[in-house]
Each structure stands twice: as structure tokens, then as C-alpha cells.
Ligand binder design. Structure first.
Ligand code: SF4
Length: 382
């Protein structure tokens, strides 16, 4: 289930809520591409260096995120995919996803994209309401979002996911229901829906502190989460992770590898990697990334995860999924005393209907999913 993530650090315009690493200048685009390919070569044995290792566990997913990968032309994307295939063993059935913004997805660009190895599109829709898109400072219109999805289907993409954001002060409950209905009408297979969060030092953070934007209303956000779960589950979408819904068989293979602790390699500025209890992260600065790679030095820092860090991380990620936290795994990796202690800590959540224990798995209920992060942090190793 190993995966490769590639960070493309360019965007057309800065969304107010965003704290990812990107630049709105494309000046360094060629230098970045040259260095991305060089980084692939430098890290070609990340997953193991014998051909045996590679045969045994070929890469199951490649994910181009960012930033806005759809700003790149198909020639550039093909260069990236050729590099990935040259330096890593990619499974013939690998899920190959690219994040794309609606304003880049014309019928022509989508037809060209079909000629690349991309077999899954992740479209950053966020909302079908103009006032909401303006609030977020998105670069596209509702009409562009709709035609991007329709065009993608017409061009033959059969595995589409869209991103939506709820909890914005400009989104009423009825508009949120409308966003979900339109999504269903458009027939996308997978939906990632995120509650608006105000990250420090983003434009949104500044606007709120200056009183130029309304703060996030947590009650409204919780209400919209419940509305979403109700509507999407009633239409057959599986709520397989707190922020992710999919029709059967359409789970994101790439994200699953993060959640179940499989190794992944992150390439490009700010990308994170994980392998054999070691995580590393590339510098979140494109100029410094380029300079370092050109000097033959990987621009990364790393740390070995301690036993307690791994425990907390497992709890946090597993409780967010519909499969829940395996008590057997806890016992095997952290000992039977720890497993018993965890069961004791979970008692109040089980009694309050926030969690159930089924076949040695602790699983959050519909009500519990509302408090997933809080419950997980209450259970952290002390
Ligand atoms: S397009 Fe995506 S990465 Fe770029 S600024 Fe907007 S949210 Fe951030």
C-alpha cells in the first residue's frame, strides 16, 4: 500500500484560509521541476533498495497535491510521471490522483489530461455559492465548478472526488444542503468535506482579528456536519473517515495508506514522508529546496517516532475511520496493560453512546464522530 506524494508549490491566487506551502508566482516552475526529478533520483531507494523489496511491494498510489498541480501542462505532468516510473516500482493498478482547480479544467485540458497516467481527479470545488467562494477568495465561479465536473465525466474520468468546505460564515444551512444536493446530482464518487478552520497567520485569521470577517460559529459547523452525514449516508455514501465519504469501492487508496500507517514518500517542498517509524519533512520554501537539491543535499529534517507518539498517532487516525481502533493491535504493539487501561479510559464514552466496542474494535458512533479529535486526545498516552 506504499504511496508517493508530490507537492506542486504553485497557485493562481491565495485562498484566504490556506496555510499550505505555495507561491502565486510561477517563475521557479522550471527550476522546481528539474529539482523534483533530481530528488526522485536521490531518494529512489526510500522504500528499500533491492529489486526484491520493490517487487514485493510496488507503489499503489501516486498523489499530486499542492498547491495546484493542474496549473502544470501535460508535458510537465508527463515528465513527473516518467520520473516516478523510472525511479520507483509502480503497480500497474496504482491510483494516480491529481488535485485540480475548476478554473483549469476546460474540456480541452481534461481531454489532454486523459492522455496522462492520471486516473483520479480531485477537484477543489469548496462551494457552489458565489458569496461563499468570494469569502474564501477562490479563483473560480460556481458555473466553472459544475462544468469542470461535467467535462471530466464526459472526458471519461470515472473516479472523481471533490473538496467541499462547510462552516463558513457565508454559508447558511440551506445553502449547505444545496451544495450537497448539487454534488449528489453531479454523481461524484467521493467527497472530502472539511470544516473551515482558521489557521494562524492566514489572511482569514487577520480578517477576523480586524473584525472584517465573522468568526467561525462552532455550533453552526457542528450542525452542518450532522446535516452532511445524514444526507450523504442516506444516498449510499460511506462515511469512512471523518472528512471523507465514498461510494462502495471508491475509497481513496492514497489517504488510506496514511491512515493505516503504510509507508509514503513525499517529494517537493514541504512534503512529508514516513517509513519504518521514521518521519521526515522537506523544507517549506521552494527557493531553499531548489538550492539544496542543486547542492546535492536533501532539504529535510527527520525524527524517529517514540512508542508514545506512535500510540497517539494510531489512536488519532484510527478513531477517525469507520473501522476504528483495534484493541488487538494495541495489545500486540503496546502491551496488554495498555490495552486494559485504554478500555478503562473508554468507559465513559461507551456509556454515553459516543463509542461502541465491536469485535475488539473501538468505533465512534454517529454522535461520537462529532467529537473525534477531542475523544482521541483524551485517550492519549499521558
Ligand atoms: S488553491 Fe489550494 S493550495 Fe492554493 S491557495 Fe487555494 S487552498 Fe491553498
Amino acid at each position: 500500500m506504499a504511496g508517493v506524494y508530490i507537492h506542486i508549490p504553485f497557485c493562481r491566487q491565495a485562498c484566504h484560509y490556506c496555510n499550505f506551502h505555495f507561491s502565486v508566482s510561477l517563475r521557479k516552475r522550471n527550476d522546481f521541476l528539474e529539482c523534483l526529478l533530481a530528488e526522485m533520483e536521490m531518494r529512489h531507494n526510500f522504500f528499500g533498495n533491492s529489486s526484491d523489496d520493490l517487487q514485493k511491494s510496488p507503489i499503489q498510489s501516486v498523489y499530486l497535491g499542492g498547491g495546484t498541480p493542474s496549473l502544470l501542462g501535460t508535458d510537465e505532468l508527463n515528465q513527473i510521471f516518467e520520473g516516478v516510473s523510472k525511479y520507483f516500482a509502480i503497480s500497474p493498478n496504482a491510483e494516480i490522483t491529481i488535485e485540480a482547480n475548476p478554473d483549469d479544467l476546460t474540456f480541452e485540458s481534461l481531454s489532454a489530461l486523459r492522455q496522462t497516467p492520471v486516473n483520479r481527479l480531485s477537484i477543489g470545488v469548496q462551494s457552489f455559492h458565489h458569496s461563499d467562494l468570494l469569502f474564501m477568495n477562490r479563483a473560480h465561479t460556481p458555473a466553472q465548478a459544475i462544468s469542470a465536473i461535467e467535462n471530466a465525466k464526459e472526458c471519461g474520468f470515472q473516479n472523481l472526488t471533490i473538496d467541499l468546505i462547510y462552516g463558513t460564515p457565508t454559508l447558511s444551512d440551506s445553502q449547505w444542503i444545496d451544495n450537497l444536493r448539487r454534488t449528489l446530482d453531479l454523481g461524484v464518487e467521493h467527497i472530502s468535506a472539511y470544516a473551515l478552520t482558521v489557521e494562524p497567520r492566514t489572511a482569514l485569521d487577520v480578517l477576523i482579528r480586524k473584525g472584517k470577517a465573522a468568526p467561525v460559529d462552532e455550533e453552526q459547523t457542528a450542525m452542518q456536519f450532522e446535516i452532511m452525514v445524514e444526507i450523504l449516508e442516506s444516498k449510499g455514501y460511506m462515511h469512512y473517515e471523518i472528512s471523507n465519504f465514498a461510494l462502495p469501492g471508491k475509497f481513496s487508496q492514497h489517504n488510506l495508506s496514511y491512515w493505516i500507517g503504510e509507508p509514503y514518500l513525499g517529494l517537493g517542498p514541504s512534503a512529508h514522508s514516513f517509513h519504518q517509524n521514521r518521519r521526515s519533512w522537506n523544507i517549506a520554501n521552494t527557493a531553499a529546496y531548489i538550492q539544496s537539491i542543486r547542492n546535492g543535499i536533501l532539504p529535510l529534517e527527520s525524527e524517529n517516532l517514540t512508542l508514545t507518539q506512535r500510540y497517539d498517532e494510531y489512536l488519532m487516525t484510527s478513531l477517525r475511520t469507520m473501522w476504528g481502533c483495534s484493541l488487538q493491535k494495541i495489545e500486540q504493539q503496546w502491551g496488554s496493560e495498555k490495552m486494559k487501561e485504554l478500555k478503562g479510559q473508554c468507559k465513559p464514552f461507551l456509556e454515553n453512546g459516543l463509542m461502541v466496542e465491536t469485535d475488539h474494535y473501538l468505533i465512534l458512533t454517529k454522535k461520537g464522530r462529532l467529537f473525534a479529535d477531542r475523544i482521541a486526545s483524551d485517550l492519549f498516552w499521558v
